[in-house]
Design a protein around this ligand. Structure first.
Ligand code: HEM
Length: 208
């Protein structure tokens, strides 16, 4: 294995571990309840109880599914697992994405953060829907491209939880940092996915 592909493998493993860790930690509300474990979001409870629970109970599963869906070894060895995993991934995003939109439009974090989360939610739903549609039509090249974009957006849940503690370490004031992170958690991910898709990797190009 070349040095380059070894680094890619290490990065992929690190990303997979982060997905699983963030998904597991998200379920802290099951043990401690939302008011204790997610105090800063408890204001959603009176009006948005169902949307909040739909989001925080379902979205972490999409993150946990990412390593399974993206593993080329699992995809080749167990194609049925990939197909069923994909259907479940899309269904879970439709549920938690709609709930995320409701949370985004009622967040008390200000209009700029609300716009960041809302736009992420809309693009997440559309991109994942296109991934499903192209997979359904067996256009595997386009399916792969849309799902890589979808994965980059799902991964925003990880990048947000990396940037937030980092902003605290650097002593940045919470409100403006949170507002910036509502955008920074996903826009660079999407740009990185786009750069990767336009790179020379022959798996990303249609061979004619
Ligand atoms: C990618 C599209 C997503 C959008 C648009 C979105 C949006 C939101 C919004 C608006 C909130 C409430 C924030 C506030 O009111 O300040 C929230 C909270 C939360 N989201 Fe998401 N989310 C997305 C993906 C995910 C994923 C993939 C996970 C998986 C772990 C996740 C887990 C959570 C959790 C656990 C909370 C509660 C607060 C926390 O623990 O940080 N979300 N999300």
């Amino acid at each position: 294995m070349s040095k380059g592909s070894r680094s890619v493998t290490v990065l992929a493993w690190m990303a997979a571990i982060l997905c699983i860790l963030v998904a597991l930690v998200s379920y802290r509300f099951l043990l401690l309840g939302v008011p204790t474990s997610m105090e800063f979001l408890a204001y959603h409870l009176p009006g948005n109880r169902w949307f909040l629970h739909a989001h925080i109970a379902v979205a972490p599963l999409t993150l946990a599914l990412l390593p399974v869906q993206l593993s080329s070894r699992l995809r080749k060895r167990y194609p049925r697992l990939h197909r069923w995993g994909g259907r479940i991934y899309v269904l879970l995003i439709m549920l938690s994405g709609v709930a995320a939109l409701q949370l985004a439009t009622t967040t008390q974090s200000g209009p700029v953060a609300a716009a960041g989360f809302a736009l992420l939610g809309v693009i997440w739903l559309i991109v994942t829907g296109l991934g499903f549609w192209t997979g359904w039509k067996r256009d595997l090249l386009l399916h792969r491209r849309w799902m890589i974009r979808s994965a980059a957006l799902t991964f925003a849940a990880v990048t947000l939880r990396i940037y937030l503690p980092l902003s605290m370490v650097f002593g940045l004031p919470f409100d403006p940092a949170y507002t910036a992170i509502a955008w920074l958690s996903w826009v660079p991910n999407l740009i990185a996915a786009e750069i990767y898709l336009r790179s020379g990797n022959r798996m990303n190009q249609r061979v004619t």
